[in-house]
Design a protein around this ligand. Structure first.
Ligand code: UDX
Length: 472
């Protein structure tokens, strides 16, 4: 099929590349000169694992092209489907629909007969209610009624290509599609995914998209509250959650406690839905609690540090991880930035490391007084305590025995439960994680005992094998 994708951000670029990968002829339209020239030079404006290979492969095959707004008319007129994936956040935690409105103002009059308009941007529900009339009022005289469909995305940063290609479901929200042309077009477009297609009225599709994120956020805040309960009993949350998720009604995933959920979606959609509810006099105490728990999680890091250190003033704290989650370069609503700010406000010195250079430089701009280092070990040198805020795999692979010898105090607050408590205490660390309590280091004599026991067990096993006449 011939598809134009308008807006090449986190959602639009992954969508354009994936549709080309499926064999469609795709033109990506991007208004930002900088982003467009980066794409034309083969540079990805966002970090998403595997995206550069998919983009390059499809550009070389000619299935994927990039163009500016001046090419919009040519790109959309012959298209079977035109997808809009422009941003709807105002950058301050609110909705803004100016971008999508101006995009539709320019786009809709250009649409030819037989072209389906698809909106992939996450929209405030009240905007969806007016979308049919908005499009109809702008349709060109020769296009007739424009089949208009909502197609919300459920892609996680860091696994966006997978989530697009293998979705759990494809949601189709019918804004207006009297002839059924729009539904047929999207059924053909998503056929390679073999996922169930859920066809709904547009408003239900829009609220359903928000509801999915609100529930994921609720699961995370539930896990964070449960972690405090586990700690009060001395229970281990990993075991508690593992036993819960055998119940299919509970489901697995999104029950890991930590420093809180960040990113461009969950925090924003919880906050905006809560604001909408309050303005409509809808009682939403659960959402309020989800937000409040999430906003308090970074402070729990300081509470843990205060228990481990005699005060934070003049303490040097190493902060491992800045991005809101691993395998992305995105700092939007990253809890690490709140942790850094709280530590600086408490008079500590903070030295951070993140594998993404762009994240390091952006964090320094966003948090005045924050220092960054070029390696985890450099960040931890002479530190009075270490905080892990993002579970990058590089932190699991670190030599924590060596790290214990370069910090001033081997004290770890593992804000993502990413490390193994036993291994950390074996390496000489005092280790704390939400829902796992605080573990004291295994003293040298204890660890010598453990090694002696292991060695004698190995000798006994070897002797047994020899006695048995068989050699290993
Ligand atoms: C989210 C939704 O998952 C996705 O469906 C939607 O389309 C966009 O928003 P994203 O924000 O990219 O995706 O990442 P996600 O994996 O959902 O993580 C969001 C935040 O929650 C991260 O900060 C992550 O660290 C945190 N998280 C996730 C937890 O704290 N605990 C968990 O168990 C899972």
């Amino acid at each position: 099929m011939r598809v134009s994708v308008v807006g090449l951000g986190y959602v639009g670029l992954v969508t354009a590349a994936s549709l080309a990968e499926w064999g469609n002829q795709v033109v990506g339209i991007e208004a930002s000169e900088a982003r467009l020239s980066a794409l034309r030079d083969g540079r990805m404006p966002i970090f998403e694992p595997g995206l550069d290979e998919v983009v390059q492969r499809n550009r070389e095959s000619g299935r994927l092209q990039f163009a500016g707004p001046d090419a919009m008319s040519r790109a959309v007129h012959r298209a079977d489907i035109v997808m809009v994936a422009v941003g709807t956040h105002d950058g301050h935690g609110g909705w803004q629909t100016d971008t999508i409105s101006s995009t539709l103002d320019a786009l809709v009059p250009m649409l030819g007969a037989g072209t389906t308009l698809v909106v992939r941007s996450t929209l405030p529900p009240e905007y969806v209610a007016s979308l049919a009339s908005y499009v109809e009022a702008r349709a060109g005289e020769n296009s007739g009624p424009v089949p208009t469909i909502l197609n919300p995305e459920f892609m996680r940063e860091g696994s966006a290509l997978h989530d697009f290609m293998q979705p759990d479901r494809v949601v189709i929200g019918l804004v207006s599609d009297e002839t059924g042309l729009g539904q047929r077009a999207l059924a053909e477009l998503y056929a390679p995914s073999s996922a169930p297609m859920v066809v709904l009225p547009a408003l239900d599709a829009s609220v359903g998209k928000l509801a999915a994120n609100l529930f994921l956020a609720t699961k995370i805040s539930f896990a964070n509250e449960l972690a405090g309960i586990c700690d009060s009993y001395g229970a281990t949350i990993d075991n508690v959650v593992a036993s819960m998720t055998y119940d299919k009604r509970i489901g697995t995933g999104f029950l890991r406690p930590g420093v809180g959920f960040g990113g461009s979606c969950l925090p924003h959609q919880v906050a905006m839905t809560l604001l909408d509810a309050q303005s409509r006099e809808v009682h939403a105490p659960l959402l309020a609690a989800v937000k409040q728990i999430n906003e308090f999680q970074p402070r729990r890091v300081l509470l843990a540090l205060n228990r481990m250190l005699s005060g934070l003033h003049d303490a040097r704290v190493a902060l491992l991880g800045l991005t809101f989650k691993p395998d992305t370069d995105d700092l939007r609503e990253a809890p690490s930035l709140r942790i850094a700010q709280h530590l600086l406000d408490a008079g500590a010195r903070v030295v951070a490391y993140d594998p993404m250079p762009a994240a390091r430089s952006s964090a320094v701009e966003q948090v005045p007084g924050l220092d960054v280092a070029e390696s985890p070990m450099a960040a931890m040198r002479d530190a009075h305590a270490v905080v892990l805020a993002t579970e990058w795999s590089v932190f699991r692979e670190l030599d924590w025995l060596a790290a214990a010898n370069i910090v001033r105090n081997p004290l770890m607050v593992d804000g993502r439960g990413a490390l193994d408590a036993a291994a950390m205490t074996e390496a000489g660390w005092t280790y704390h994680a939400f829902g796992r309590g605080t573990h004291q280091p295994v003293t040298r004599s204890e660890s010598v005992m453990v090694n002696v026991q292991n060695a004698s067990a190995a000798i006994a096993h070897a002797e047994g094998a020899l006695d048995g006449g068989h050699t290993r």
